[in-house]
Design a protein around this ligand. Structure first.
Ligand code: FES
Length: 144
C-alpha cells in the first residue's frame, strides 16, 4: 500500500530550506539512526543568544529531509532557549503529520539540533542549564 504524505512534507522534501553547511559554525550536531542508516548534520550560527543561521545536510530518506528542513525553519532567528525546546512532535505537526513508521525521522531532527546546541555550549564553555534552559537534558541528544 502506498504511503500517504501531506502536501507540506512533499513541499519540504522537493524544495528543502536551509540545505548546506556553515563553515565557521558555532555549534555542529550529527546524529544517525543505526536501523535505517540515515545521518543528519546540523550547523548553527549563534549571535547574542539568537540562532542567526542554520543549515543541514541529511543523508537519508525523504521524511528525514522534510523534517530537517521544517525544523531549521522553526528555529531560525529564534532564541537558543526556544530552539532547545523544539520537539519532534512539533515538527511533525508543522508538517501536517507523518506516517507512523516515519516518526523516527523527525526524532533525528530534534536530536541533531539539541546536539548542535550542546556542542555550542561545550565549545564556548557555557553553562548548559543557564544557556539552554533548566529542562534541557543532555541525554536527549543521544542518537536514536
Ligand atoms: Fe530513518 Fe527516515 S527512514 S530517518
Amino acid at each position: 500500500m502506498a504511503m500517504e504524505y501531506s502536501e507540506k512534507v512533499m513541499e519540504h522534501f522537493m524544495n528543502p530550506k536551509n540545505v548546506g553547511e556553515i563553515k565557521d559554525a558555532d555549534g555542529v550536531g550529527e546524529v544517525g539512526n543505526a536501523k535505517c542508516g540515515d545521518i543528519m548534520k546540523m550547523y548553527l550560527k549563534i549571535e547574542d543568544g539568537i540562532i542567526k543561521d542554520v543549515k543541514f545536510k541529511t543523508f537519508g530518506c525523504g521524511s528525514a529531509i522534510a523534517t530537517s528542513s521544517m525544523a531549521t525553519e522553526m528555529i531560525k532567528n529564534k532564541p537558543i532557549k526556544e530552539a532547545a525546546k523544539l520537539t519532534n512532535k512539533a515538527v511533525v505537526e508543522a508538517l501536517h503529520g507523518l506516517p507512523a513508521v516515519k516518526i523516527h525521522c523527525s526524532v533525528l531532527a530534534e536530536q541533531a539540533i539539541k546536539k548542535a546546541l550542546l556542542n555550542y555550549c561545550k565549545k564556548f564553555n557555557l553553562n548548559i542549564k543557564e544557556t539552554l534552559g533548566e529542562n534541557f537534558k543532555e541525554e536527549d541528544c543521544k542518537t536514536c
